[in-house]
Design a protein. Structure first.
Length: 390
């Protein structure tokens, strides 16, 4: 079989490979601590599961509109106008099976071959993979470790050319956990307006912020009309497996994304959307408890990592990732991640899975119990005491 040339330009994320290797070792009887996978370890709240059961019983087993059920689009628009101060109504909202289709479809609808897309590095690998797949030009711009992995604004401005079409933002950030500062959002807004750029703002971790209130770039004056907000239920409501996400975007773009949905998935599962309506309308106490727990785990992991000789870890303000700097251990990122898995039984991800700027870092997900986090930190500390150069 002969494959289309474009298939050589699309990639898959390394996190699933490391998870599979960890599971294979577990199947052989090894004790493995999983700090690799990026999904909440909590169950979806019961009232949301019950709403899906009720919807199945009530006959929500058929096709629905490609753009999403009108009542869910309205509920999302209401909630995001209130929670994030994003000016929007139902016509701006498209519901998809998870957040990833919004990334894929908005790039598909907006990018011509040769258009330039500025992507901060390190980054969630899907952005560059999809842009390259569409024959757009990926332009990496560094995050600044000395400013808590905020954007280097001078570097960003220097990368804008007449071919630049889109800037990708992701805050809170995967893999570093960083939250972009207000000053950065204001500066990106100015650049986007001045150069007529689209901002693709991935806010999937927007409810997981620990030190400050969250601010969406789409809430700033003049930005709703040039921003695609990527969001969903996966992380906030511990619903990764349900596949329920959405985008908030200008109405004209929303029509195109609905057409892409019509031609690909047809629609998002209707009983799942009913569960989404319940999630937004119901008590947010479990979400608040989950976020408080992530906050406590963040403090545990950052202080634990910082006590390991050769490891330095800044305090991320959001998401559930720590991004320790391991350069002083003498290991390259992928060798350390491999050996921690094989010899210490701890799954981590090498920073290089998130771009070249990830060399010298690991990504640890703290979506695991505090007991397991303590055990994982102890194993990493012991391994480095025996094998590291620090
Ligand atoms: C930054 C970021 N964006 C998007 C996604 C995808 O979300 P979903 O599972 O809803 O498609 C993830 C999942 O890990 C993510 O980390």
């Amino acid at each position: 079989m002969r494959f289309a040339q474009r298939m050589s330009r699309i990639t898959t994320a390394a996190s699933f490979d490391m998870l599979a290797r960890g599971k294979a070792l577990e199947a052989q009887g090894r004790s493995i601590i999983h700090l690799g996978i990026g999904e909440p370890d909590f169950d979806t709240p019961r009232f949301i599961r019950q709403a899906a059961d009720d919807a199945l019983e009530a006959g929500f087993t058929h096709y629905g509109p490609a753009a999403g059920l009108p009542e869910l689009r309205e509920a999302i628009a209401r909630a995001w106008s209130q929670r994030r101060a994003i000016p929007c109504s139902a016509e701006n909202v498209i519901v998809t099976p998870g957040a990833k289709p919004i990334l894929f479809f908005s790039m598909l609808a907006l990018l011509e071959p040769g258009d330039e897309v500025i992507i901060p590095s390190p980054a969630f690998p899907t952005y560059a993979s999809v842009a390259a797949f569409l024959d757009a030009r990926v332009v990496s711009t560094p995050l600044d470790p000395s400013r808590g992995f905020d954007l280097d604004l001078a570097a960003l401005a220097a990368r804008i050319t007449p071919r630049t079409r889109m800037i990708v933002l992701n805050s809170p950030h995967n893999p570093t956990g960083a939250v972009l500062s207000d000053a950065t959002l204001d500066a990106v807004r100015e650049l986007a307006i001045q150069h007529d750029l689209v901002v693709l703002s991935d806010e999937i971790y927007g409810s997981m912020v620990y030190d400050l209130p969250y601010r969406s770039i789409a809430s700033l004056p003049g930005m709703a009309e040039r921003t695609v907000v990527v969001d969903g239920f996966s992380k906030t409501y511990a619903m990764t497996g349900w596949r329920l996400g959405f985008g908030i975007m200008p109405a004209a773009l929303a029509k195109h994304i609905a057409t892409l949905m019509n031609n690909s998935n047809s629609c998002t599962a209707t009983f799942v959307q009913k569960a989404g309506i319940a999630a937004l309308a119901g008590p947010q106490t479990e979400v608040a408890a989950m976020i408080a727990e992530f906050h406590a785990r963040r403090d545990l992991v950052v202080s634990g990592l910082s006590q390991i000789p050769g490891v330095e870890c800044y305090t991320p303000s959001g998401a559930f990732y720590a991004w320790p700097d391991i350069r002083a251990t003498g290991f390259a990122a992928s060798e350390l991640a491999d050996r921690l898995l094989d010899e210490a039984g701890v799954v981590t991800l090498p920073g290089t899975g998130f771009g070249a700027e990830g060399e010298g870092y690991l990504r640890l997900s703290y979506a695991n119990s505090q007991d397991n986090l303590r055990e994982g930190l102890a194993r990493i500390g012991e391994f480095l005491a025996q094998n590291g150069t620090a």
